[in-house]
Design a protein around this ligand. Structure first.
Ligand code: SF4
Length: 219
């Protein structure tokens, strides 16, 4: 008797699993292609001197996380610890960010984290418009490759740059915006939150909205 469609699909899945276990792969997975594409950008940035931030950096902080992330978190720029380690959000603000994510059952390994500028501004000053302009195209490429459903913009610089606005973060947070079909939720930067713990409630409300948008498929 002819097999029905369900049985045929089940057989096919079984066969593909057998091939996978045998180490046979025909096509590079989407994830693998994303990793390769991100590596290409990373190579473009090695020894980048497109803006004056290169003079004071120890390392470029490219970004890290899940290349297939549904959620991207974008901060302003690397701080002291990030500059030393070459990784984003690893200092006290980074630890707070991890806890904020965990409060809505999101693990860091699920998300992709990066910054508007990839080199630390001296003394953690705000990146200048020319520096942002030089570095922003690389962030755009990262977003295009990862294709998150939701972006959480951490802090004034991130939110204003992504949304191309001068509006203050106090007015932007709590709302969502469209960025080429991706939902953007601005909120306070965790470093600001460390200095202003009274803002915890607002950030908690914002991250709840992020989690809800992810659950609903970014709608
Ligand atoms: S901040 Fe960006 S554009 Fe400027 S030097 Fe670093 S990587 Fe290059």
């Amino acid at each position: 008797m002819a097999k029905d469609k369900k049985e045929m699909i089940s057989d096919l899945i079984g066969y593909l699993e057998y091939l996978k276990e045998s180490g046979i792969s025909f096509l590079p997975s989407l994830k693998k292609r994303k990793v390769q594409a991100l590596e290409e950008i990373w190579r473009e940035l090695i020894d980048c001197q497109r803006c004056k931030l290169h003079r004071s950096r120890s390392r470029i902080v490219f970004g890290e996380g899940n290349e297939d992330a549904k959620l991207m978190l974008i901060g302003e720029g690397p701080g002291y610890d990030e500059d030393l380690q070459g990784r984003p959000f690893v200092g006290k603000a980074g630890q707070l960010l991890t806890r904020i994510l965990q409060s809505v059952q999101i693990e860091r390994k699920e998300v992709y984290i990066t910054n508007i500028v990839k080199c630390r501004p001296p003394g953690n000053r705000t990146p200048e418009p020319e520096e942002i302009k030089s570095c922003f195209p690389f962030l755009l490429k990262q977003i295009q490759i990862i294709q998150p459903r939701v972006i959480c913009a951490l802090g004034t610089v991130s939110a204003q740059t992504l949304l191309q606005t001068d509006t203050k973060i106090t007015s932007l947070r709590g709302k969502s915006f469209d960025f080429s079909g991706i939902k953007v939720f601005p909120t306070y930067h965790p470093a600001f939150l460390l200095r202003n713990p009274d803002k915890k409630r607002e950030v908690w409300e914002d991250i709840q909205k992020v989690a809800k948008a992810l659950r609903e498929g970014g709608e």
